[in-house]
Design a protein around this ligand. Structure first.
Ligand code: ZN
Length: 248
């Protein structure tokens, strides 16, 4: 007799091959991306709504941004898989996994992923915490802390945002802070960002007492904001595309 093991992935993918995007107005505007809503027209998700995220800056160096974004997604997926395997909570956390799609007419590229209904932000990359985020809010503060512990202090997963679904919670568009500023793109505030997070982090019921925290608290150099704080490009890259800082 055959035995089959079904593995449910902790990711949520497009599962579609084509979509119509409504470009007449931006659904949301982030620090350096515009988000448009659309609908899948072919594939398993045909009929469901999706979003297309476009970088605000010019097209020439977009490849660079797409690659950075996908490296954040890959690393985040590892954290979420480890979190699930550690059995900290019984409910699932899924990561929305975008893919780079190309518009048929303009040839421009965008990151496409399934839409998240009831979207909310639960923490930022500068230590802001949604104090009315409920149980999922507390789970996400623990997920950030777990990512630091689980990576032996190498990274911090943050900018956690998304929405609840029937079988858990879906995250989208996170940020990773690392030991090398900007290694994970412009939202990677480096070690100072990690210190800023822990200066403002209060362990809740899902954090474990033995999880590591930075031994030196350093300086909370970045002002705490709800939006995503971006670091300017290093001098070598300024000629490509200076990124706008978030307005104070
Ligand atoms: Zn904690």
């Amino acid at each position: 007799m055959d035995t089959q093991a079904f593995i449910i992935p902790n990711s949520r993918k497009n599962n579609a091959t084509r979509a119509s995007i409504f470009l007449n107005h931006a659904f949301a505007s982030g620090t350096f991306k515009n988000v448009y809503v659309g609908r899948y027209t072919a594939g398993e998700r045909a009929g469901e709504r999706c979003v297309a995220k476009e970088f605000k800056t010019g097209s020439v160096f977009q490849e660079h941004y797409f690659n950075e974004e996908m490296s954040v997604i890959r690393r985040t997926q590892e954290v979420i898989d480890d979190w699930w395997n550690a059995g900290i909570i019984g409910r699932r956390i899924f990561l929305n996994t975008p893919a780079v799609w190309t518009y048929e007419v303009s040839g421009k590229k965008a990151l496409v992923e399934p839409i998240i209904e009831n979207f909310e932000k639960l923490n930022s990359n500068s230590g802001w915490v949604n104090l009315v985020g409920g149980a999922w809010g507390e789970v996400m503060q623990a997920l950030s802390h777990f990512s630091y512990h689980n990576s032996a202090g190498q990274i911090l997963l943050c900018d956690l945002q998304g929405g609840p679904c029937s079988d858990g919670y879906i995250l989208s568009d996170p940020a990773i802070l690392s030991q090398t500023i900007r290694a994970y793109g412009p939202a990677d505030l480096g070690p100072d960002g990690i210190y800023s997070f822990f200066r403002r982090h209060r362990c809740g019921s899902f954090c474990k007492r033995w999880w590591r925290t930075p031994t030196s608290q350093g300086v909370a150099r970045f002002p705490m904001t709800r939006g995503t704080t971006m670091v300017p490009n290093p001098p070598a890259r300024v000629r490509y595309n200076p990124l706008a800082r978030i307005p104070k």
